[in-house]
Design a protein around this ligand. Structure first.
Ligand SMILES: [Fe+2]
Length: 257
């Protein structure tokens, strides 16, 4: 199974780099469409738009409609649940509008679980006790396949960048860490939000952060030729070896199959 992860496109209509962000998004989708072998799914780990506005979501939905693989989206701190729901409810995988955007996808050799870590208080992550109970139910519903979990905010200590903890409290991270390790079926956690690549662990589970698609918002050092080229990640799952992650620079030569 091949998962293409994209994140933090942060589309906006009225910033000096609005056109650049739209181009980064469109070029990334075109690059994913040209992959051989093609990915089975594309997961957008949130901060789809910058201000949560419905006109921004219209642009994002138009960009994602060009994708050949099925697309699943998460909510990030820049998103707006109601507007995100309105833009993407046609996919049929989002729960009702009033709920957290937590869901599971069962159509693949790996069960995918998407978590809503938006906080009403700040840009940092949150995860309520109610959601913990639901997460454990989503994990327990799987008795055979491995599970990959997607979150916008990384639920582990990120050792690069100025901020090491991206949740409001360490207690919330501890609760989430415990829940994720609950049955031993979760084999990977994939996140965004930090705008630069990072690796870590949630307890014993491998966890990664991908850089952001918007090149003008990306952090970390890139050579001059790469400054206008978005970077995304491809996670390949093999039943024997588990997940392996490849970082892909948009516009590079096609991957060897
Ligand atoms: Fe974010």
């Amino acid at each position: 199974m091949i998962i293409a992860q994209i994140s933090d496109t942060q589309l906006t209509l009225d910033a000096p780099d609005s056109d650049r962000r739209m181009r980064d998004f469109a070029q990334t989708i075109a690059d994913i469409n040209a992959l051989d072998p093609a990915p089975d799914v594309i997961v957008h780990t949130g901060d789809i738009v910058h201000n949560g506005r419905d006109d921004e979501y219209a642009q994002a939905a138009a960009a994602l409609s060009k994708a050949r693989a099925p697309v699943f989206v998460l909510a990030g701190n820049k998103d707006n649940r109601a507007n995100l729901h309105a833009a993407f409810s046609a996919g049929g995988y989002l729960a009702s509008e009033s709920d957290f955007i937590d869901y599971a996808i069962d159509d693949y050799p790996v069960r995918l679980i998407a978590l809503d870590t938006m906080s009403s208080e700040s840009n940092k992550g949150d995860f309520s006790s109610e959601q913990i109970g639901k997460l454990i139910d989503l994990i327990d519903a799987e008795s055979k396949k491995p599970i990959a979990v997607f979150t916008h905010h990384p639920p582990f200590e990120v050792t690069v960048g100025p901020d090491r903890l991206h949740f409001e409290t360490p207690q919330t991270m501890a609760r989430l860490r415990q829940a994720l390790q609950h049955s031993g079926r979760v084999v990977a956690v994939f996140s965004g939000h930090v705008h630069r690549a990072a690796d870590g662990h949630v307890g014993s589970i491998r966890a990664t952060v991908m850089p952001c698609i918007a090149t003008t918002l990306r952090r970390g050092h890139y050579p001059p030729l790469m400054r206008i080229r978005p970077v995304y990640q491809i996670h390949r799952f093999d039943p024997v070896w588990g997940f392996a992650t490849e970082t892909r620079i948009v516009g590079e030569q096609p991957m060897a199959s």
